[in-house]
Design a protein around this ligand. Structure first.
Ligand code: IPE
Ligand code: MG
Length: 168
């Protein structure tokens, strides 16, 4: 069995890489996709059970619209291009974050791959999209407060497993 249970990667520096090579930030993002493809292949080879990419943070929405649009199109295109290979490699795709804030075409593509790979038993590949650490905590607190308000849970039996149950 692989002693490594989970590899999580925060994508960063792609824009700067593009500029450093006298090209655009978007060129850097395109190259970033190629790097991800290599990492996924290598992780399959090394039998990594869970691979997570922190792909697009809640803060990333503050970037210029043209850059956000490019990132979203790259995501849709990559998902379309990779669907077959993801499926063939027995990968189960997962996504975390405020998925309802993503453009419809991104969500539709994600939904179809998540649905199409749900019975796969190999590597779990998670994309964090419109994700933030604070956002995840906020989501947990909000869901727990709702349950308390509606008398579904009582705070007397509050322990850390309750928080765990409301994290992605
Ligand atoms: C990572 O690279 C990709 C995304 C966040 C979408 P960056 O876009 O953060 O690149 P830098 O850090 O600005 O160079
Ligand atoms: Mg960055």
């Amino acid at each position: 069995m692989n002693p490594i249970k989970h590899v999580a990667i925060i994508m960063d520096g792609n824009g700067r890489w593009g500029l450093k090579h006298n090209k655009s930030r978007n060129y850097g993002h395109t190259k970033g996709v190629e790097v991800i493809q290599k990492i996924v292949k290598y992780s399959i080879k090394k039998k990594i059970p869970t691979l997570t990419f922190y792909t697009f943070s809640t803060e990333n929405w503050n970037r210029p619209k043209s850059e956000v649009d490019t990132l979203m199109s790259l995501l849709v295109q990559t998902l379309k291009d990779e669907f077959e290979d993801i499926f063939k490699n027995n990968i189960k795709l997962n996504a975390i974050g405020e998925l309802d804030t993503l453009p419809d075409e991104v969500r539709d593509e994600l939904d179809s791959i998540i649905q199409g790979t749900k019975d796969n038993t190999g590597m779990i590949l998670t994309l964090a999209l419109s994700y933030g650490g604070k956002q995840e905590i906020f989501k947990a607190v909000k869901e727990i407060s709702e349950k308390v308000k509606n008398d579904i849970i009582c705070l007397d039996n509050f322990d850390d497993s309750l928080i765990n149950d409301h994290l992605y």
